[in-house]
Design a protein around this ligand. Sequence first.
Ligand SMILES: Cc1cc2nc3c(=O)[nH]c(=O)nc-3n(C[C@H](O)[C@H](O)[C@H](O)COP(=O)(O)O)c2cc1C
Ligand code: SF4
Length: 485
Amino acid sequence: MWKPPAKIKYETVAGQWPDQDTARNSKLFSSIDIGQCTLTSRTWIPAMVPWRASPDGFVTDDVLAWYGRFAAGRPGAIVVEATGIRDVPSGPLLRIGDDRFIPGLRDLVETVKQASGGKTRLFIQLIDFLGVRRRPTPEAYFGKHLKITDHHRSNLGMQDASEQDIRAKLLTLDQDALQNVLNEREMESFLKGHRERVTDTHLDHIRDLPKVLPDLFADAAARAKEAGFDGVELHYAHAYTMASFLSELNDRDDGYGQNLEGRVRLPLEVFAATRERVGSNYPVGCRFLSDECIQGGSNVEDAAWFATRFADAGMDFLSLSRGGKFEDAKTPKVGGAIYPYTGPSGYECMPGHISDEQGPFGRNVAPVAKIRQAVRDGGHTIPVIVAGGMHGFEQAEAVLENDEADIVGFARQSLADPDWFKKVASGCGSEVRLCEYTNYCEGLDQKHKQVTCQLWDRKALEEPDCRPSSDGRRRLEAPEWSRNT
Ligand SMILES: Cc1cc2nc3c(=O)[nH]c(=O)nc-3n(C[C@H](O)[C@H](O)[C@H](O)COP(=O)(O)O)c2cc1C
Ligand code: SF4
């Protein structure tokens, strides 16, 4: 992962933990409504892909155990990982693009209900993403992927050459020479792997996204409702389709890009279709970016404007992340896939302990406060959720007390210790296993390996009920909390 050049090392500091009475009377452990649904506390586990679904996208026993373990800690809400709305193969990522996925998802809802004693509300994040190819070998790229055109012939001064000769010639060129022959996009496809963009409107399936996505999201949300989820989160964040529509880089000229109205149009149409399908009583919100954190990308002013439009449209909650884009991601090795959390914007999304003057903790708080204020100025009271480096009670309580957000998201902190909520609420905060923000977990995600936390995954592997990872060297779930051990 990219690290800020200042390379300042930070240690996570717990801050003051509350006793049971203080916790009980705190804002963090007070209830809040999301539409018709009440959260028992203002704590939230944002979506995290654990790479535990079956190869064809079904809920597995490992998925049930993963969410059951989080639910046992009794957070106010859990958002199930980004779940694909299309019925297309996408590896071991959860899917909801067909009714056959409903029974497994229903088991997931039941598992969380049981494990949390009915205390944790369960949302599911709905995602659409475009095609991304692995970085090709030069032989594969110049031998077959690259479409040879007259512009290559003329740049090479080989106007009359056959396609085969052009391909053979390209294979002999070094990177500098290739810069003079390939266009920017071709160069990128060669060095990073081909990646579709929402602006590729010359491709039918991309041009038609505004025609197909509202129904795909709405159908997926209807399935989530049928499976018993308490609500859905439309994934409008990071490097994926809907975030790309919101992006300042979206220059589509068909009314779905170029300016703020154009960029927000499809996200609003997707929401409208979803709302119509699931009804006015079913909680629907979205996750989007407080800032894309890339050159030429959307900023916090854009996000505040989008937020008011989402609230005007009737969304029930807004969850804010930041960064996580392909545009500044690291060049992958040949055969590897580009990963949107490897550049500076990736750092902003999942800030690590090696940081800059600002540090990794609560980097998203100030922008979120600004966005929330815009929503309040627009006359809306819907909850706004912040995430990014949140780990301490005092830290979270201050955000709520200062009216910077309404709900606090703890992603990696809940992975490090799923019992955070139970421990802090019962006055046992000193027993919390604090996240060190090393991003070991994120490294596993990048390699599409089952995600675990380095603070617990090698502990007591011999315990009879310990489920090992597929390499047998790590435990798949955090150990049980036994007080003062
Ligand atoms: C392993 C892993 C998987 C993630 N998967 C998702 C995801 O599916 N959807 C999403 O919106 N964010 C995802 N995130 C980002 C987190 O939800 C969160 O925004 C980020 O980790 C910053 O919050 P934190 O500092 O509390 O961890 C993931 C993060 C991690 C570490
Ligand atoms: S591996 Fe564990 S300690 Fe490290 S960042 Fe992830 S959750 Fe935190």
